[in-house]
Design a binder for this molecule. Structure first.
Ligand SMILES: [Zn+2]
Length: 708
């Protein structure tokens, strides 16, 4: 359970607010008082113990939960409120422990060391050391890098002797141990420390935020081996979760929504110099899941693999595709829906050669990159002899089919199957039967097992069928399901609920959690794709049809008021600030600006599967939820359009909010009627109207029956 929820469970909102608002009195199910935030004579400030929320229907026209009240009352930030209320509730609010802080400082120190060393190498390359001048000659003449490129990428030279740099480091307070830990040096059996990089061209490797975390080093003396030497895996350098060049490429990748992946840093530098700034390198033999997730869905919707044309390159491409397939399948709702293509260069040239010799051709190659399916079919069937046995052809099909399924969004495309059938001389229906057999076997295996032998586990929850007709049990259309179904709290209607306004249903624990679930889901999608914000705001404008009352009131742009939870509100306003600036990527902005606690929340929203979101919320219906989810995922997944889905969720969030407000204002209205307060009655009556209208418009949009 999240810390915010734990705190809320321990503190009663009525009691807490009562301390600051002495006039708070029970009236029916609610509590009311004159608003503490604005001057008024008629109480329009309502506290709802069932939802543990408050709202002012007067001049403030706002409300929220325990945290928002405390923030507003004391002028606290969200994290201040979290700390203070956490202390009061006796809930430990996670702070960085002294050990963690120490570790952070230590890592900062190591990164500082690497930055210094990187600058030192770079200066050395441009110095008058004759060895360095040879290195510079190689860089400029053989590699063809301009002085500007050398500067941009801070290319450097590691001299033969190691001591001069070590002396330099010692002068500014670093020890030999620091240099060893940063991967710059090793200690031999006798305890002597010696430098790792000598007489090499040094390429600093930076993380996504541009901080130096390691080096790639290329030989200058042909007698030296290996040709390329990287920093070793260390506390700050993890090659498998780093993409070389991402710090300088991310903006171009986001703008074009396309990332081109090459093998090494030299290719990246070459591409950037040639005017192709959306290129990054995986720096290893195959792409990892962590690398893929650096790119999508945040920056890229299209990934083009441009690996070397030799056999090693082809194998790397194949392995990368398998990783992509696994990652995409583990993902839910197709959030990582990404178009992966493979760039093929004729004449068996490498990207580096093309970029150096004919840079203008690069764009053509990128444009002509072929879909994964074609690539896989080609490489797996090219080596098949014309008289291949049935077993050989069947084995090829077994290698190809799972990748086809994943690359085509878990569906087999008819023309791909046709092509494969032609290549393998197997009938399409036989291929389909095999696919189903592979799936059946896989269904019995645990999900995401480590890749064994040469047949990767095929997808276990995709629908293997013909594209032309839906599966036989596809028994609902897109609009046919109540939103609760998507929330996992759907209970089939058994009897009519009482609908008299005076006995409006009590919000139960379940509905409270279900609103949190909808909010979590909605916010998670927004964080993954901030541009969706504009989509929902357009939808609100469309619904309001120039009615200013609606535009400024119940159909205004999506805002933090829509979220009942203080932590979500804080996240949304931060996201809005992130979107309103243009200096850095919104996600970087958030990572920099967000409070530690909110970063945790954001990570949960961004990465975790819905089950985890529910765990996080302490859901009681997990078994039921998982059942419903499985059903949902299997049937609807391939056809869900993220944007449409998001708009539905966001409308639901707004609907929930308006419903809450209506319930509360109806209470005030009834109260005014009972006490014959005509003025208040008129006021509240007038206030309900736009909200009700907006509710109806949203319901119509959602295609539901009227709920009120
Ligand atoms: Zn007020």
């Amino acid at each position: 359970m999240s810390v915010t929820q734990q705190i809320k469970d321990k503190l009663d909102i009525v009691q807490y607010i009562g301390e600051y608002v002495p006039g708070l009195k029970k009236a029916g199910r609610y509590y009311k008082a004159c608003c503490p935030f604005h001057g008024e004579k008629t109480p329009s400030f309502v506290v709802n113990p069932d939802t543990q929320s408050w709202r002012c229907f007067g001049a403030c026209a706002e409300g929220g939960d325990l945290f928002t009240f405390a923030q507003k009352m004391h002028g606290w930030t969200f994290s201040e409120a979290l700390r203070e209320l956490g202390q009061r509730a006796g809930v430990e609010v996670k702070k960085r422990t002294p050990q963690q802080q120490e570790q952070d400082e230590h890592l900062d120190k190591l990164r500082g060391l690497l930055t210094t060393v990187s600058e030192w190498y770079h200066e050395h390359l441009l110095s008058d050391d004759p060895h360095a001048q040879r290195a510079l000659f190689y860089t400029e003449k053989e590699r063809g890098f301009t002085r500007e490129t050398i500067k941009t990428f801070e290319i450097g030279y590691a001299p033969l002797g190691w001591n001069s740099m070590l002396d330099e480091l010692k002068k500014i307070g670093y020890s030999e141990d620091d240099a060893v830990e940063a991967g710059l040096a090793s200690r031999n059996d006798k305890g002597r420390v010696y430098g790792r990089f000598r007489n090499r061209l040094m390429i600093p490797i930076r993380d996504e935020r541009g901080r130096v975390i390691g080096f790639g080093a290329r030989v200058l003396d042909p007698k030296d081996t290996p040709k390329y030497l990287n920093s070793p895996q260390s506390t700050i350098f993890d090659k498998s979760s780093t993409l070389y060049g991402l710090d300088v490429a991310k903006r171009a990748i986001r703008d074009s929504e396309t990332a081109v992946i090459v093998e090494g840093y030299m290719d990246v530098i070459q591409a950037h110099q040639a005017g192709y700034p959306n290129v990054v390198a995986q720096m290893g033999t195959a792409m990892t899941e962590a690398q893929l997730k650096l790119l999508t869905p945040r920056y890229a919707s299209k990934i083009i693999m441009a690996l070397d044309a030799d056999e090693a390159g082809q194998n790397a491409t194949r392995r990368s595709l398998e990783v992509a397939r696994e990652t995409l399948q583990a993902d839910y709702m197709g959030k990582l829906q990404v178009d992966i293509r493979v760039l093929e260069i004729d004449d068996a040239k490498d990207p580096d050669e093309v970029l150096r010799q004919t840079p203008e051709k690069w764009a053509t190659y990128v444009e002509a990159a072929i879909p994964v399916a074609d690539f896989v079919i080609n490489i797996e069937t090219n080596d098949l002899p014309p008289n291949a046995s049935m077993t050989e052809r069947q084995a090829a099909a077994q290698r190809i089919l799972p990748i086809l399924a994943a690359s085509e969004n878990n569906l087999y495309k008819k023309d791909n199957l046709q092509k494969l059938a032609m290549r393998l001389h197997i009938s399409e229906s036989d291929l389909l039967a095999w696919a189903q057999e592979i799936q059946r076997i896989a269904a019995r295996k645990p999900r995401r097992s480590a890749p064994q032998d040469n047949m990767p586990p095929p997808p276990d929850d995709s629908y293997f069928g013909s594209m032309d007709e839906p599966p036989p049990n596809f028994d609902f259309d897109d609009e046919g399901l109540p939103p609760e179904y998507y929330e996992g709290t759907y209970i089939p209607p058994v009897e009519k609920q009482p609908t008299s306004p005076s006995t409006a249903q009590l919000p139960t624990f379940a509905t409270r959690n279900s609103s949190r679930a909808t909010e979590a889901y909605c916010l998670g999608m927004l964080l993954n794709k901030p541009t969706l914000l504009a989509q929902i705001n357009r939808k609100f404008r469309e619904l309001a049809q120039n009615n200013t009352k609606l535009l400024q009131g119940p159909l205004s742009e999506l805002n933090s008021e829509d979220f009942s939870q203080g932590d979500y509100r804080a996240l949304l306003s931060e996201l809005q600030s992130a979107m309103s600036q243009d200096d850095v990527d919104p996600m970087d902005y958030l990572r920099e600006e967000l409070d530690e606690m909110l970063v945790d929340e954001m990570t949960i929203l961004l990465l975790e599967e819905p089950q985890a979101i529910h765990r996080h919320m302490g859901m009681r219906h997990s078994a039921e939820f998982e059942d419903v989810w499985k059903n949902f995922e299997r049937r609807v997944r391939p056809s869900i359009d993220t944007q449409v889905d998001f708009i539905r969720r966001a409308l639901k969030v707004r609907h929930q909010r308006l419903e809450r407000e209506q319930q509360e204002i109806r209470f005030l209205l009834e109260d005014a009627q009972r006490t014959h307060d005509r003025e208040a009655e008129y006021l509240y009556c007038k206030q309900t109207e736009p909200g009700l209208r907006a509710l109806l418009l949203i319901q119509r949009e959602l295609g539901q029956r009227t709920l009120l």
